[in-house]
Design a protein around this ligand. Structure first.
Ligand SMILES: C[S@@+](CC[C@H](N)C(=O)[O-])C[C@H]1O[C@@H](n2cnc3c(N)ncnc32)[C@H](O)[C@@H]1O
Length: 351
């Protein structure tokens, strides 16, 4: 019997090979542009350490040839009995055109499967209470994820709530502000949701705090910070647009973002300059070693073929430089839903 765990990972379509490369696990199913991979051969993977994984799930079973008239019976039969209880049920599809055509079905099917699992006493109700035990198990029980690569197949998987994304399809939804100068506004909104929990957001994104935005124009990231009450110095030779132009909480400096340093330390540095990842990594390191900021969110653009290697080189250079200075830090990288050929990185100084 094969005892190696299997993993199901969701990713941006086109980044399947990057997922395989960074996990160093054995690829079992990796179809280009499918938006997911199945892997084997690693006893443990850590969601927050995987930049290209939107979701990390343990894969338990697969059903193929699902009949259109009754998908419920074969699916229920395929959920292993060893998986006793679930805190929630997620029905999911790949982030592809085919996946989008299935989302109507998953919405209709969700209440049917939920009801069947509740009758079996295996699914917590909406308040997180399990009917069989009466106890609140939201934090302990895994979530059940049923992933439909197409309308005939289903992969049955579970998520460890502490080692996965809580967002449906691994995509954190954020909303656009009608007056935002650019759609990049959404990217920084998503980054805050992905890297910081609500408590951390309340603590570290307080009105009156200060931020520098390097490569700020036309102003989407700056606007995201201003909406959260921060005072922003926006550094860019280009113009800020729309509501960001001339806003009292924004100081716009037409300077080189690689040379600029603030006179006083700030709470946040954000940086979206289109440059070599290594050059941006070096700049971030200099800011942290110089004590200019406590936290940073920055983009590393990865237009090259060897994306994983370029990313690892950039992240490792930050680790080495900060370790050498004895600086304690948290460093995480994720390809967000709003990231194309790039990843977003969170770096914070730890006490
Ligand atoms: C991807 S855009 C930033 C979009 C911005 N984050 C937003 O939300 O609207 C990159 C910006 O970096 C700026 N940039 C590139 N190199 C720069 C440098 N050396 N100094 C300052 N700005 C730079 C460009 O002028 C451009 O406006």
């Amino acid at each position: 019997m094969n005892t190696l765990p299997s993993w199901l990972i969701y990713c941006r379509p086109g980044f399947e090979r990057d997922c395989v490369e960074e996990t160093q696990a054995k690829p079992v199913e990796t179809t280009e542009n499918s938006g997911y991979v199945v892997l084997q051969g690693k006893p443990r993977l850590a969601y927050r350490q995987l930049a290209f994984a939107r979701q990390l799930l343990s894969l338990h079973a697969e059903v193929s040839d699902l009949p259109e008239r009754d998908r419920l019976t074969p699916l229920l039969a395929a959920i292993p009995v060893s998986l006793e209880r679930f805190s929630a049920l997620y029905l999911e599809v790949p982030d592809t055109n085919e996946g989008k055509t299935l989302s109507g079905f998953t919405r209709r099917f969700q209440p049917l499967l939920e009801e069947a699992l509740r009758v079996q006493g295996r699914l917590a109700d909406a308040s997180g209470i399990h009917p069989s035990t009466g106890s609140e198990r939201t934090d302990i029980s895994p979530r059940l994820h049923i992933f439909f690569p197409d309308n005939q197949r289903a992969l049955i998987a579970t998520a460890d709530p502490h080692n996965s994304s809580a967002a449906l399809n691994g995509i954190q939804r954020v909303s656009m502000a009608s007056d935002a100068p650019s759609r990049s506004y959404l990217k920084l909104a998503e980054a805050f949701e992905v890297f910081l929990d609500k408590k951390e957001q309340a603590l570290w994104l307080k009105p009156g705090m200060t931020a520098i935005d390097l490569g700020a124009a036309p102003g989407g990231w700056t606007w995201q910070l201003v909406q959260r009450g921060l005072k922003v110095t926006a550094v860019d030779n280009g113009p800020l647009k729309g509501a960001a132009a001339g806003h009292p909480s924004i100081r716009h400096l037409r300077e080189d973002g690689f040379r600029f340093r603030p006179q006083r330390p700030v709470d946040w540095l954000v940086c979206d300059m289109v440059e070599q990842p290594q050059r941006v990594a070096t700049l971030m390191t200099e800011w942290f070693i110089g004590g200019y900021t406590q936290r940073a969110i920055f983009n590393l653009k990865l237009p090259m073929k060897k994306r994983v290697a370029a990313l690892n080189d950039a992240l490792n250079s930050i680790r080495t430089a900060l370790n050498n200075k004895g600086i304690r830090y948290q460093l995480e990288a994720k390809q967000l839903y709003h990231d194309r050929e790039e990843v977003t990185v969170y770096l914070a100084r730890k006490r």
